[in-house]
Design a protein around this ligand. Structure first.
Ligand code: ZN
Length: 272
């Protein structure tokens, strides 16, 4: 599932490739991923030019020069693929966007994704994206900012970090190693964490997400040009390594249930 390194890479590639292009048509084969009927969607974007593409957490926002914005969520995962010529488009997709120069992109959701059209006026209050917090690649995501977020909170640390209203872009995949590197049990209460642990957690979040970004993001997700990233399973420390030895102390890594998610931890390094 795509998390911040994958989404920010995709949004960057989309922005570099598509900015300035004029939308010619939108094909919506899976109508329920959109918030308005296909013909209305088409009418509101037709002939509009892309002026900006950015991510907000795990959402990708495409702003048009006519006051409209396309909000894309990959859901459980999706292939969003560019084509420079319609002859080279993939044949399986739920959404296709074509531009006046003959290029375009397709979206194929593994499960259900979202593809919404929202005007500039509605954007700030859009229910899916309005409360999404800044992500760890944002320059405002400083240690002081992060530490102020945790102040006075009693929640378990994993649940807190998974909530996109607190910190956006982190999902279950990178979480295992983030908590392991910080020496924190997923169910540790924030109010039981000291200053050093908060510092270590901040370093761990930014370190692991940046490492994936440097490696070109997760190796099992395609980017906008169908290329895989370089962050393979070998880079995981405890994530998905059940029954293997902890790279720090040698204890056996276990998987535990933490609410609705599974967590991989070293029971010796990550005490509650
Ligand atoms: Zn260990």
């Amino acid at each position: 599932m795509a998390e911040l390194p994958e989404i920010s890479k995709l949004a960057g590639q989309m922005g570099d490739t598509l900015s300035g292009k004029t939308i010619q048509s939108i094909t919506l084969l899976q109508e329920k991923c959109a918030n308005i009927p296909p013909d209305e969607f088409q009418k509101r974007v037709n002939g509009a030019k892309i002026i900006d593409i950015r991510n907000k957490g795990k959402w990708i926002i495409t702003s048009l020069n006519n006051g409209e914005n396309i909000l894309l969520s990959l859901g459980m995962g999706a292939d969003i693929l560019f084509f420079d010529d319609e002859k080279r488009e993939v044949d399986k997709y739920q959404i296709k966007v074509t531009f006046s120069d003959g290029s375009g992109y397709t979206a194929r959701f593994w499960w259900f994704g979202k593809f919404l059209l929202v005007s500039d006026d509605e954007l700030e209050s859009e229910p899916n994206t309005k409360d999404i917090a800044i992500d760890p690649f944002d320059e405002r995501f400083t240690f002081d900012y992060f530490s102020s977020l945790l102040k006075g909170r009693k929640t378990q640390i994993k649940a807190f970090l998974m909530n996109q209203k607190n910190v956006s872009g982190i999902g279950n995949m990178y979480m295992h190693d983030i908590l392991f590197k910080a020496g924190l049990h997923p169910q540790k209460k924030i109010s039981d964490m000291d200053e050093a642990e908060i510092k270590q957690l901040y370093v761990s979040i930014t370190g692991i997400l940046n490492l994936s970004r440097e490696k070109g993001a997760f190796a099992y997700e395609s980017d906008f040009f169908g290329q895989k990233g370089g962050f393979t399973n070998d880079y995981f420390l405890v994530g998905y390594k059940e029954n293997q030895a902890c790279p720090v102390c040698g204890e056996t890594i276990v998987s535990i249930k933490t609410g609705s998610t599974t967590s991989f931890i070293c029971p010796a390094c990550q005490k509650i």
